[in-house]
Design a protein around this ligand. Structure first.
Ligand code: NAD
Length: 357
């Protein structure tokens, strides 16, 4: 298969980690007979330096004309003092909205060789930890109307609103159910339907969708219970689907229980197969240019791209198995290093994973 990939290396460690991920992707192409065609485009600080804008129109056009987008990370101290709408991060929000990416997908998976980095007790993780959080990304409280007022008695009052429409809920359900179908076939829909009207609508639409898709095991979970169950018995979850604010909090909780920032990939998806794939960490300016970064989150982001945008599950498995095998043999970048393990650089880690694909 031929696939066009827009590549945004970005700032800080971005170029280093994306280079390693492209090595792995090229190896997948060789092994499975695919051709991945890359077009590098600018976004973030490097785009500001070159063009004056964090998100040049050319970048948007190239991404829209591609089958998928691979992103390293953007930002850094050099651009920290720019005004809000000129900052590198503006590029990130801009590209998500230009590509109409309304679903954020964050897996939380415990690689057994890194189990000691997991803050949960061994008896809890013995059953495994391999779940995905599907978070609605462009609705709810972060996008609703808000205001802060002071009344005649000097009482300050702030109001945030949390709007959701049926179609926004339905389209995120579709993402979650499609994902569950490619995994273990279970969806937990997380809401606060005992209190919030938006959650009651959420639940109504979720139930309607579940009835139309009886091949997927479906369960409602209240958000407070979900937060508790994630640390009590995470093995019960396969796909968790939830609204923006709950998803923001739960996905950080789920990431934390897997151990390291340098290990966690993510995807942002819309209604088409075009997705944006990136590690959840930032540009790590403190270690940029030193060949010290952990490229695994970016490499696993590429595995997600193969699975969710290109429908290549065997190829995705090949990458995930290669990562596991390298970790099992004790190779570690600095961020996940522990006693008795073998220290490797960013490029050595990339080479090891590439060799084992
Ligand atoms: P960060 O994630 O970049 O770094 C936090 C810490 O984790 C640092 O000590 C860093 O060295 C370490 N770290 C992160 N990724 C690593 C990796 N792959 N391997 C080894 N160590 C790693 O967060 P920050 O320091 O708060 O932010 C730095 C810059 O990144 C800021 O400009 C911020 O705005 C930006 N940022 C960008 C994104 C993005 O592009 N999606 C996300 C978060 C932060």
């Amino acid at each position: 298969m031929n696939k066009k990939i827009a590549v945004i290396k970005g700032d800080g460690i971005g170029p280093e980690i994306v280079t390693e991920a492209m090595k792995v992707l090229d190896r997948i192409g060789e092994k499975f007979g695919h051709n991945f065609e890359y077009t590098e485009v600018l976004m973030g600080g490097c785009a500001i330096d070159a063009t004056g804008s964090p998100l040049p129109q050319e970048t948007i056009d190239t991404c829209l004309a591609s089958d998928s987008v691979l992103l390293g990370a953007v930002g850094g101290p050099k651009w920290d003092n720019l005004a809000g709408n000129q900052r590198p991060e503006k590029g990130l929000l801009g590209i998500r909205s230009a590509l109409k990416l309304f679903a954020n997908i964050r897996p939380a998976k415990l690689f057994q060789p890194l189990a000691s980095a997991c803050p949960l007790k061994e008896e809890i993780t013995a059953n495994g930890l391999d779940l995905v959080i599907v978070r609605e990304l462009i609705g709810g409280a972060y996008f609703g109307e808000r205001s802060t007022t002071t009344d005649e008695n000097g009482v300050e009052k702030a109001v945030d609103t949390m709007p959701y429409s049926d179609f926004e809920i339905e389209r995120i359900m579709k993402v979650a159910f499609d994902m569950a179908r490619k995994r273990r076939g279970k969806v937990n829909s997380v809401d606060k339907a005992n209190v919030l009207d938006t959650s009651r609508l959420w639940r109504k639409i979720a139930h309607r969708y579940a009835e139309l898709n009886p091949d997927i095991q479906f369960e409602d979970t209240l958000v407070d219970n979900c937060a508790m169950q994630l640390v009590r018995n995470p093995a019960q979850f396969d796909v968790i689907v939830t609204e923006n604010l709950f998803g923001d909090i739960l996905s950080d909780e789920a990431s934390m229980i897997t151990g390291s920032l340098g290990m966690i990939p993510s995807a942002s998806l819309g209604e088409t197969s075009l997705g944006l794939y990136e590690p959840i960490h930032g540009s790590a300016p403190d270690i940029a240019g030193q060949n010290k970064a952990n490229p695994i989150a970016t490499i696993l982001s590429v595995a997600m791209m193969l699975r969710y945008s290109f429908d290549m599950p065997t190829e995705a498995d090949a990458i995930e198995n290669a990562v596991n095998s390298v970790l099992e043999d004790g190779y570690r970048t600095g961020d996940i290093m522990s006693d008795g393990m073998k220290f490797v650089t960013c490029s050595e880690m990339g080479n090891l994973i590439t060799e084992r694909v």
